[in-house]
Structures are given as C-alpha cells and as structure tokens.
Design a protein around this ligand. Structure first.
Ligand code: C5J
Length: 222
C-alpha cells in the first residue's frame, strides 16, 4: 500500500481517489487593503506560503490529479450574506464596502480573485463559497462524488478558520483528509499550531498533517 509520510501516522494513499483543495488564496486575505487587513491582521504572513502552495498545485497538475480552488465571496446584492456575518466586529471595511481592490469579498471584484501566482488553469474546479466551510451552500460535495474522490489534501488560508472548517466538514462526510502544514497559514502562529495539533490528535480525529515535500514524493512515486 502506498503511503504519505505524515502525522500522527502514515497516510494510506489511494492515488486514484485523491484531489487537492486550495482554500481561499485570495488577494482579499493576502494583500494590504483587503478583508484580512481590514480586520487588523498582518497579511505578510499569508504571502510567505505562496511558493509552497504553488509547488503543491504544480505537483498535482504534473501528476494529473484534480486541483480544486475555493474563494470566500458573496453575491453583489448580499442575498447569500447573513447580517450576522456582515455586522460582526468592528473592521475598518465591512464585506461589500468599497476598498482599494473593489468591493470587499464580493464575487467578480479584483480583491476577491485568487493570487495571480496561484490562479486556476483551464479545467480546474473553482468553488465560490459564502461560508467558512467549502461544502456549505456549494456544489463541492456533488463534484467530488462525480469524480469518485475520497481523499483530500488541503492547503490555503486561514488554517484555523476556512481550512479547518472545511476539513471538519469533509471528515464528517467520510473523506480522508490531509493538511499540508507548510502550505497553510494563519494570521496567528499560535492558532496555526493549535489547529494542526487538534486535527491530528486522538489518532487523526479530523485528519493527518504532512509536509509538501513528502506529499509530492508520494504522489510522484505511488
Ligand atoms: C477568514 C478564511 N479567516 N478564508 N476566512 O475569514 O479563513
């Protein structure tokens, strides 16, 4: 049986059932003037993982394995944006407000797009999601089912919010989930560390974690 070197123990790789899910690598989370910055976060932490996310995406593409990209965003008329989400906290700019990269987290605006270095190529699946989890109010589950995907590698941001929420949704739906540790990031290093620890605790209760090099090595030699 092929394996990926992982924690808390080796991930049992079924290559023909594997896909990569890249969560929310959007300008709004990574660049000054976006949603992440409007909440007072240091967005430079996010751009630091771009080379590792890129290596992972390119490795899946070269191996002929599916790559799915997600984007957290809302319809321009707010019909999929609960007031409880828009009104939360005291950000400099709220979702839907006009910022330097267009309306914050609104579909089709420049700031909502995926970072150019990580942009989807033709044929890759892009999921626009109104929630933190990528299964909520999207077609992701049906798309994965139609392709017989049962194992998911996760990358993207932020580790403890949209990445972890989606991994938990996937785990409850019966997927085997693996988080690429060096291809995910948080605005808070201690939250990233805690999320990784809680995901793989108790015998991989939510999933496994592994390094990009070990994932690429396994998918290239399985
Ligand atoms: C957040 C995300 N943190 N993509 N979104 O609001 O994690």
């Amino acid at each position: 049986m092929a394996e990926i070197k992982a924690e808390p123990f080796a991930f049992p790789l079924k290559r023909d059932q594997l896909a990569l899910i890249v969560i929310d690598m959007q300008r709004d989370f990574a660049e000054p003037g976006g949603f992440g910055a409007s909440l007072g976060n240091d967005v430079s932490r996010i751009t630091r993982i771009v080379p590792d996310v890129k290596r992972l995406i390119e490795g899946f593409r070269d191996a002929g394995l599916p790559v799915v990209h997600t984007m957290e965003c809302h319809k321009p008329d707010f019909s999929d944006l609960p007031a409880a989400k828009r009104d939360r906290g005291n950000p400099a700019l709220r979702i839907g407000d006009e910022g330097p990269m267009g309306r914050i987290l609104i579909a089709g605006e420049p700031g909502t797009s995926i970072l150019p270095e990580l942009a989807p190529v033709d044929g890759e699946i892009v999921i626009e999601k109104p929630g933190k989890g990528a299964f909520y109010a999207t077609e992701l589950g049906n798309i994965l089912k139609s392709k017989d995907i049962r194992q998911l590698v996760f990358a993207g941001v932020t580790t403890e919010v949209c990445v972890q929420t989606t991994m938990r949704e996937a785990n409850d739906r019966g997927y085997e989930c693996l988080l690429a540790e060096d291809a995910t990031e948080s605005y808070f290093p201690e939250f990233k560390a805690a999320a990784i620890a809680m995901i793989r605790a108790q015998g991989a209760i939510v999933g496994w974690t592994a390094h990009v090099d070990d994932i690429l090595e396994a998918i290239n030699h399985a």
